[in-house]
Write a protein that binds this ligand. Structure first.
Ligand code: M6R
Length: 606
């Protein structure tokens, strides 16, 4: 995790870097820091806590320079503290670095350097990079970076500055993202595109083993043999506004409200001629005898929803695996397996490892990713891109919805190819599918009601989510969203499973959120509702249940109605209510919604 940025240009790097760090803070917010070349060497300011704490330290400070690096940290090695914050500077004050990743052999390297008299000051793995670079430096920063890269094991995206070559900013990566942005007033390195969007939408995507050498006048690229590389300058379609709050109190709320448009854009991307459609059309599903979906967190939950849709439409069995488990389980897959990787960032370490494991076993990989140029987007055999735009809040909302859309279409197209869905039914399904954005908008008419229910939950110790079939799948996401941002304990259960243990947790006034969109299972979920109400629970029923009669439950049952849509697509509507519910619970608790404690958006470590 962690976010890094660097700038070499005509402007003062300090405000440029701090501004960029604001767009990277979602990657970690345990501490932040900045280093620039000052008159007498490196000026380094680093501070435990949020970026705002660093900004306060910088207020009134006179540090300035045209080349600099910055960092926002999600702590792995060493507690969050000033000294463990980046940038790290070697003990000769000659080399400064920022690092995203984990150096697995840092202990060995550190011991070696300590035996040679190098004194370390932090507990981080990253400091070893600065110390090693100083140890190797013999007057050529490029040679040093090549040597350091050869010695490091693990993952890294690095920004490096050297006192003796003050016009240069050098970057290198292995298994962690890094882009190079080219603007009129200077050049950037960054962990992610939003950090540079204010200045440019022209970027290079750095690959593993490539070195970028930036000056204020341009960017050059070399391989590890110091040979020049020609790279393609890409134009990013994301606008600067898309990475701004746009008047909303939090990115999460803005991103929830953007969903009708995201649904529309993603549907368009896969229905009209273009890359997504040709990928979805091009895959020959009959070549596979097994489909595995693997991902982490919410993306995994999207996979669970998809399992119900694929199995219902295609009549093929689908396995959904947590990527962190899949990578180590010696999965039974081969060239006849299609492995679908789902990831907003395209950089989740476990999902990358799962993809590589699948490829090494000969499986065909298809990724569903939001970030163009990310590792998973590039390395998977096929890629479908979600049109969610930059997602900044740590809790995913719009990217999740876009993932569902692509998974639905994929399932429906596969079903036609397998002869399980007649073309007329496909057309019918797709025309219903195209009503999703408008129906999503209708949900916003209930915001006051959702807000009212959420305000009553602030004191809850535990909230349970139940559903059956596809409603259970989306209950998983409702529960994750709630616990992630509100810190209220929560579990999701298949309705039928309650009586096998969980019901013992139900006490007077425990809140149970029941999701009901499967008409054929309405009676079943309502039996579960009765069971928990009779044990004292209060129930919030969410779904399309015209037959629901809250008045006959003595104030114990509340209902939020959803627009009618085929059961298969209903998770896309339920989830918006669940996201808003979680958002308002957290807002009522006054929590830092966009940056929940202990989390980071892009989990690039194991
Ligand atoms: O970038 P990815 O989609 O691969 O991330 C996977 C999970 O880390 C992510 O979905 C996480 O669970 C979210 N914070 C949930 O809101």
């Amino acid at each position: 995790m962690c976010g890094i940025i660097g700038y070499a240009g005509n402007r003062n790097a300090v405000p440029v870097i701090v501004d960029g760090l604001k767009k990277l803070e979602y990657r970690g917010y345990d501490s932040a820091g900045i280093a620039v070349f000052g008159a007498d060497g490196f000026d380094v300011v680093k501070q435990k806590g949020r970026l705002a704490a660093l900004e306060s330290r910088l207020e009134g400070s006179v540090i300035a320079g045209n080349v600099g690096i910055g960092h926002t940290r999600w702590a792995t090695h060493g507690e969050p503290s000033d000294v463990n914050s980046h940038p790290h500077v070697g003990s000769k004050s000659k080399i400064a670095i920022v690092h995203n990743g984990i150096i697995e052999n840092y202990k060995r390297l550190k011991e070696r350097l300590e035996r040679k008299g190098v004194r370390f000051v932090s507990q981080t793995d990253s400091e070893v990079i600065a110390q090693l670079a100083e140890y190797y430096y013999k007057g050529d920063l490029m040679d040093t970076v090549i040597k350091v890269s050869g010695a490091l094991e693990g993952s890294y995206a690095l920004g490096i500055m050297c006192l003796d070559e003050p016009d240069l900013l050098v970057a290198v990566r292995k298994d962690n993202p890094l882009i190079v942005g080219v603007a009129e007033h200077g050049n950037f390195i960054a962990s992610d595109v939003p950090a540079v969007l204010k200045h440019t939408n022209k970027v290079y995507y750095l690959e593993d083993g490539e070195i970028a050498v930036l000056t204020k006048d341009g960017a050059d690229f070399l391989n590890m043999d110091k040979e020049p590389l020609k790279k393609r300058l890409e134009t990013v379609s994301w606008s600067f506004d898309s990475a701004e709050k746009g008047g909303y109190p939090h990115f999460m709320l803005k991103e929830i409200m953007e969903q009708p448009k995201v649904l529309k854009d993603t549907i368009h991307s896969v229905m009209s001629n273009g890359e997504n459609k040709s990928v979805a059309d091009g895959l020959d599903i009959s070549a596979f005898d097994k489909i595995v979906i693997t991902a982490c967190g919410s993306a995994y939950n999207a996979g669970v929803v998809a399992k119900y849709v694929f199995e219902r439409l295609c009549r093929v069995s689908v396995e959904v695996e947590l990527a962190s488990e899949f990578r180590y389980k010696d999965a039974v897959i081969d060239g006849k397996t299609l492995v679908i990787l789902v990831s907003q960032s395209g950089e989740t370490a476990d999902t990358i490892a799962a993809m590589r494991e699948a490829k090494s076993k000969g499986a065909v990989t298809l990724s569903i990713v939001n970030v163009i140029g990310s590792t998973i987007a590039k390395e998977a055999d096929y890629c479908l891109l979600t049109s969610a735009g930059p997602e900044i809040a740590v809790a995913t909302t719009k990217a999740f919805s876009a993932q569902l859309v692509l998974l639905y279409v994929l399932a429906a197209r596969f079903a036609v190819k397998l002869g399980k869905l007649p073309p007329e039914s496909f057309a019918e399904l797709m025309s219903e599918f195209e009503t999703l954005p408008d129906k999503a908008k209708e949900i916003f008419e209930h915001i006051d009601l959702i807000q009212k229910h959420a305000s009553e939950c602030v004191v809850c110790k535990s909230i349970f989510f139940i559903g059956r079939n596809i409603d259970y799948a989306i209950a998983l996401e409702g529960s994750l969203k709630l616990k992630e941002i509100s810190y209220i304990h929560s579990e999701a259960y298949a309705g039928g499973e309650l009586k096998h243990g969980t019901i013992s947790l139900i006490e007077e006034d425990t809140l149970v959120v029941a999701i009901s969109n499967c008409k054929r299972l309405y009676g079943k979920i309502m039996s579960n509702v009765e069971q928990v109400i009779s044990r004292g629970a209060k129930v919030l029923l969410i779904g399309c249940c015209p037959e629901a009669e809250p008045s006959s439950y003595d104030g114990k049952l509340s209902y939020i109605g959803l627009p009618e849509i085929t059961e298969l697509f209903s998770p896309s509507l339920s989830v918006i209510v669940l996201q808003l519910f979680s958002y308002y619970v957290a807002a009522n608790k006054g929590l830092d919604i966009d940056k929940p404690r202990n989390l980071a958006k892009s989990v690039t470590v194991e």
